[in-house]
Unconditional design. Structure first.
Length: 272
């Protein structure tokens, strides 16, 4: 599809999509991939065909990279969301922020009304991460994450920048007023595309976190923001690679010798 090829080319030029490819393979930070993961990561990036990829998904539909990233079977959509959430919580701690909580509950409402009908008003409402001391001392910040498949047909009508903004605005309408009025705190929607590109709100947040981390560790800002972007990139990439070949059935998967892929064979057939 022409729109799909245009989207792939556009994403290759965006900051964040190439971070994992230009990172030194340091095992202590988890910046390593095995040969199959590396080949699958290149296939994701350049839209190469995947070697020995099943024709049909466990859900019964025709399989493809785009379908694997969007299929709800196996819990892989939640996996990439949760991994980014947990990593960011750990980065808060590394940067010296206080009162870091994963999935904090919001205060119950007592008759407050909000501008948008899509605002979340349930008693059980909670966000992904909260912390203090980032923007200024003692101030509380709430984050909510979303990772969307930027190459899905539902996103083809929007340029990547507008798609990111759309998802940010949806999060703000859902939680922004409640956090500001009831919690008396700040709210940041952290939106990523599956290609590793982050929205403007997330970009500003991680830059501020990098300044905080640099002050804490006595490192330069450049080193801190590079470290954060590399960890985010590999965290997201690993969840995407897992979702391509991860088991989606209800019973354990039986090992097959065909899963031992010969990297030289793959190189010859995919790149020649």
């Amino acid at each position: 599809k022409q729109w799909y090829q245009r989207r792939v080319r556009d994403e290759l030029c965006r900051r964040g999509s190439s971070t994992w490819l230009t990172t030194l393979p340091l095992e202590e930070h988890g910046f390593v991939l095995n040969k199959l993961e590396f080949r699958d990561a290149l296939s994701l990036r350049y839209d190469f065909p995947l070697h020995e990829f099943p024709n049909h998904c466990a859900c019964g539909k025709l399989n493809s990279i785009e379908h694997s990233l969007s299929c709800s079977r196996g819990g892989y959509i939640n996996l990439r969301h949760n991994q980014l959430r947990d990593l960011t919580a750990n980065l808060f701690v590394e940067a010296g922020c206080g009162d870091v909580v994963i999935e904090p509950h919001l205060l119950p409402l007592t008759g407050e009304e909000f501008k948008y009908r899509s605002a979340i008003t349930t008693e059980e409402a909670r966000l992904d991460v909260s912390a203090r001391d980032l923007w200024y001392p003692m101030a509380k910040l709430f984050l909510d994450f979303r990772v969307f498949n930027s190459r899905a047909p539902t996103n083809q009508s929007l340029p990547i920048t507008k798609a990111l903004k759309k998802h940010e605005d949806e999060k703000k309408r859902a939680y922004g007023e409640r956090v500001l009025q009831v919690e008396k705190s700040s709210f940041t929607p952290v939106v990523f595309s599956t290609s590793g590109i982050m929205g403007d709100e997330a970009d500003k947040f991680y830059k501020k976190l990098a300044h905080k981390l640099a002050d804490k560790t006595k490192q330069s800002y450049a080193d801190s923001i590079r470290y954060i972007r590399q960890r985010l990139s590999f965290c997201l990439l690993r969840t995407l690679v897992i979702s391509l070949r991860g088991h989606r059935g209800t019973s354990p998967k039986r090992f097959s010798d065909r899963n031992d892929i010969n990297i030289l064979y793959m190189t010859k057939n995919n790149l020649n």
